[in-house]
Design a protein around this ligand. Structure first.
Ligand SMILES: *Cc1c(COP(=O)(O)O)cnc(C)c1O
Length: 716
């Protein structure tokens, strides 16, 4: 179909679809705005998924909008941007990591959080992996991602009228995700086959293009598998231990053998958390088969090119499998490696002689890697203590586990208006140098009023978004009263505080409610009003977490709360993006030292929000007394009850005595001068350090180059 001006609609569609299939658009609003500009309601209804969106838009609308918005010209310029990006040969990696170009890094992760339209993540671990890929792309680092495609993703949170969390697992429509199935030259599907006990399981492969980076996702839902086996990759973190071991076998062993199928010989294996550690076994098996090496030699070789990042400072968070389960599922692998059962189990045991120890994936990863790291300075220390038993001849501080602090992918989390403001005050090609302090130094010159106005716009947008979400979710459960009241919830001109994260016990979402009277007093203050936005999912089996959510929802409905506390349902990438861009203050109050790093506060500071946090994870190394606020002083009391009381008191003291007065100390133009100074100081001192470009550079220089270069000495 063409129109009178000769615009060919099939051609338009094809070109838009091409753009949709490189996730480059997720961090380049100019490209995403193409879709939004065609029909902003349809764009929102499709959950910002351009593939679904294009399927929804009629030819007539497309043609009509093509003329109205000069679509062809804009598509051409989007392609121009993308091509320049893809063909740029002056990247950081070209000049600093040349040795990696012959053999790329294979990056394994159980989850990847790249965008709300691709539901293959649950929380921080996945978002971190997604940000890692995006920064690797920006830096031009040769890296390939390997993960799983989940037929029903992670659960959606639906609250009932009481505020109790129910879980929904709607199936994803694979043809509506921004990815493509991988085919061989002869037109057949690329398949991976793994063995599990006595059966074989196949998986097809989906390719997600993330700028310059390829991410491959294995999917067991193929007709050749039994009905049961087709469900192996249905849910992220769902199912029992049998499903879990099958998933991890597919990810590690299947993922590594996929690379061989594709003709990729990785020079570095990066295991993002222990779930994917079986990749080591397959790599060793291949080495033995290729060169006739013995197990010990092959293991030493693979170890010398493996990097492992641990994320979990709590014992229960590490995957463990019984000897029986291991033998049943991976006995065939053990035989191919030429190991006895005891030798095989020893790979996952702290004490190889203890037959009662289960097989721990983290232990396998620690034993099978040459570079190991935690994800913040403090978490490195915690990990050295935790795993001292694996290195019994070393004192705790010489346990070979270092740290690389997590960072966030700036362009994915920075609001476009804030980006435009920064562009005006920073040097040219600022986005290419953002891990250097100089790139940000121009911020000092930003006019306070301009900064404040920009942030105020973002707060207004957040409030609009929250009201809309609350209206829609209330309508969804037939709660007309809440839906109708949503327009008057919150006030876009008052101090807006966010708290959003998984409702894991250690994150203590209830801490603010620990001093209920004080909270009610803050909410009733007419002169210095505050409001709170909560969001987060509890694990499906975490009844305590679900009860806390219900309490917050019920609290939010009290007449004396006056619509100043809201709970936004179904925390995901999109909710997170809106929240971190619009809040004034972000509260984080985990039990120190259980927050390995935490990254949401890093997203907040980029957008001019300030952090109020326990000195845990990244904040323990970030806080300088003026770039945000601290809860407590980092001391830990042995009695948890005392600690909770102390932290709750410190939280309210800081809110009442520091945060609120500072925010409302506004001049005749309604600009809080001291507050905006802190905003600038936070960006200036923190943005260059806590971003994913810096993080990936650290991985390249401290880990990948050593591992890929074949340096087998253990360097901490
Ligand atoms: C950033 C992010 C996280 C991680 O935040 P924490 O500070 O580690 O809690 C979790 N979920 C989503 C959706 C995020 O965007």
């Amino acid at each position: 179909m063409t129109n009178s001006r000769g615009i060919d609609v099939a051609d338009l569609r094809a070109r838009l679809s091409e753009l949709a299939h490189n996730l480059y658009w997720t961090w380049h609003p100019d490209v995403a705005m193409l879709f939004a500009g065609i029909d902003s309601n349809a764009w929102r209804d499709s959950n910002h998924n351009p593939v679904t969106f294009l399927q929804k838009i009629s030819d007539e609308t497309l043609l009509e909008r093509a003329i109205a918005m000069s679509l062809e010209t804009r598509i051409s310029s989007a392609f121009h941007l993308l091509k320049n990006y893809l063909n740029d040969e002056h990247t950081w990696a070209h000049s600093h990591a040349g040795a990696l170009f012959t053999r790329p890094i294979a990056y394994f992760s159980m989850e990847f959080g790249l965008h709300e339209s691709l539901p293959i993540y649950s929380g921080g671990l996945g978002i971190l992996a997604g940000d890692h890929l995006k920064s690797a792309s920006d830096l031009g680092a040769p890296l390939i991602g390997v993960g799983l495609l989940y037929g029903r993703g992670y659960f959606h949170q639906v609250l009932d009228n009481d505020g109790y969390q129910n879980e929904r697992y709607p199936p994803v429509n694979r043809n509506q995700l921004p990815m493509r199935k991988l085919y061989n030259r002869d037109g057949s599907e690329v398949r991976v086959t793994i063995r599990l006990d006595h059966r074989h399981i196949q998986a097809c492969v989906w390719e997600v293009v993330v700028g310059r980076i390829r991410l491959y996702l294995l999917d067991a839902d193929v007709p050749e598998n039994t009905t049961d086996d087709r469900t192996i990759t249905t849910q992220l973190y769902g199912g029992d231990e049998r499903v879990r071991i099958a998933q991890e076998t597919l990810l590690g062993i299947g993922g590594f053998s996929l690379l061989e199928t594709l003709g990729v010989k990785p020079g570095v294996i990066h295991l993002n958390e222990g779930h994917c550690a079986f990749a080591i076994l397959e790599a060793v098996r291949q080495r033995m088969a290729e060169d006739g090496l013995g197990f010990i030699e092959a293991f030493r070789e693979i170890k010398s090119c493996t990097v492992f990042t641990t994320h979990t400072p709590v014992e229960a968070g590490h995957d463990r499998f019984s000897a029986a389960l291991m033998e049943e599922h991976l006995g065939w692998m053990r035989e191919q490696l030429g190991l006895t059962q005891r030798e095989f189990m020893a790979l996952g045991r702290v004490n190889p002689l203890n037959d009662n120890e289960t097989f721990c994936m983290t232990v396998l990863a620690l034993k099978g890697s040459v570079k190991r790291n935690g994800v913040s300075h403090l978490h490195g220390r915690v990990s050295r203590k935790m795993w001292n038993g694996l290195f019994p001849d070393r004192p705790e501080d010489e346990v070979p586990i270092g740290h690389i602090t997590n960072g966030v992918h700036v362009l994915s989390w920075l609001a476009p208006p804030m980006n435009q403001l920064l562009q005006r005050y920073t040097q040219r090609e600022w986005e290419k140098h953002m891990c250097f302090p100089d790139a940000w130094s121009g911020i000092e010159r930003i006019n306070d009023q301009e900064l404040w106005e920009t942030h105020t716009i973002l707060r207004h947008r957040l409030i609009e978004y929250v009201r809309r979400r609350i209206r829609e979710t209330a309508l969804g459960r037939g709660d007309r009263q809440t839906a109708e009241g949503a327009v008057s919830l919150l006030n876009p001109n008052i101090l807006t505080i966010g708290f959003a994260r998984r409702f894991a016990t250690y994150k203590r979402a209830w801490l603010l409610f620990h001093e209920r009277e004080r909270l009610l007093r803050l909410l009733a203050d007419a002169k210095h009003p505050v409001q709170f936005i909560f969001a987060g999912k509890a694990h499906p089996r975490d009844e305590a977490g679900k009860k806390i959510i219900r309490e917050i929802v019920q609290f939010s409905r009290l007449p004396e709360v006056n619509g100043r506390v809201v709970f936004v349902e179904d925390y995901d990438y999109s909710v997170a993006r809106h929240l971190v861009q619009g809040v004034d203050l972000w509260i984080n109050n985990p039990i120190r030292p259980l927050e390995a790093c935490g990254t949401s506060g890093q997203k907040v500071l980029l957008n001019g929000g300030l952090n109020l946090s326990v000195l845990d994870g990244w904040w323990a190394e970030a806080y300088d007394g003026k770039n945000g606020f601290a809860i407590g002083d980092g001391r830990v009391h042995a009695n948890e009850k005392v600690q909770n009381e102390r932290d709750a008191k410190a939280l309210f003291d800081t809110l009442e005595n520091e945060v609120i007065p500072l925010f409302y100390e506004q001049d005749e133009y309604n600009v809080p001068r001291e507050w905006t100074r802190r905003m600038k100081h936070a960006i200036l001192t923190l943005a260059w350090r806590f971003n994913a470009d810096r993080m990936v550079m650290d991985y390249v220089t401290q880990c990948y180059l050593h591992a890929g270069g074949g340096v087998s000495a253990e360097l901490k």
